[in-house]
Design a protein around this ligand. Structure first.
Ligand SMILES: [Zn+2]
Length: 212
């Protein structure tokens, strides 16, 4: 924190004045203010990733979209714990009450144990998500993942799923070059040396075919 910072990043209130570019809000409207400040028309906003807005992201800190009432890490934008709040990009950064109430229900998963439980409960092939703000760089995951809104996927390749699409590429003039992809063909007796060569990536070894 820096002396003079004004906290408060999820305020609600009544519109006192609107800027010339604001057409969807009027003086007297009751509103809630999401914590992030999106422009509403950049690549990220168009994808529905408003927390990554390219217009307001805080590049000098390596962070996503600017937030209200936070430290310089997220742009040091004065927050809502004040008599008045200036809302940049108010067309998209403000929500009229009613729309907002449905969206403001949040759940918290701020403990590693809760995250592990989610992984236990989710069905195979399902998606586990966390909502709300959680820890720092180690609990439960690096904060960088939170800031960058990263999806984590892992698991075995669903090979059969892609076979029908890929097969045509294997039999039709070999556009992927798989016929010539192997760098070495050796007999089984040459396997130990081939493994050594592959391990050290010597002799340009990329793919070795063992001919029995
Ligand atoms: Zn944007």
């Amino acid at each position: 924190m820096t002396p003079g910072d004004i906290l408060g990043h999820e305020p609600m209130g009544i519109v006192e004045a609107v800027g010339s570019g604001v057409t969807n809000l009027h003086v007297g409207d009751r509103v809630v203010v999401p914590f992030n400040i999106p422009c509403g028309h950049c690549f990220m906003c168009d994808q529905g990733l408003q927390s990554q807005c390219e217009t307001t992201q805080v590049c000098d800190q390596g962070c996503g979209a600017a937030l209200f009432g936070y430290t310089k890490l997220y742009g040091q934008v004065p927050g809502g714990q004040a008599e008045l709040l200036r809302v940049p990009h108010a067309v998209t950064a403000l929500l009229p009450i009613g729309v907002a109430e449905k969206l403001m229900r949040k759940t918290g998963a701020d403990r590693l144990a809760a995250l592990h439980m989610a992984f236990d409960l989710v069905r195979r092939g399902g998606t586990a998500s966390t909502a709300g703000v959680y820890g720092a760089m180690t609990d439960p995951m690096p904060m960088t993942m939170f800031d960058k809104q990263v999806h984590v996927r892992m698991g075995q390749a669903n090979v059969r799923r892609w076979v029908d699409d890929i097969m045509a590429l294997l039999v039709d003039d070999d556009p992927l070059g798989v016929d010539t992809f192997a760098t070495h063909h050796v007999p089984l007796s040459g396997a130990p040396a081939a493994y050594e060569m592959f391990q050290s990536k010597s002799d340009g070894a990329i793919k070795v075919v063992l001919n029995p």
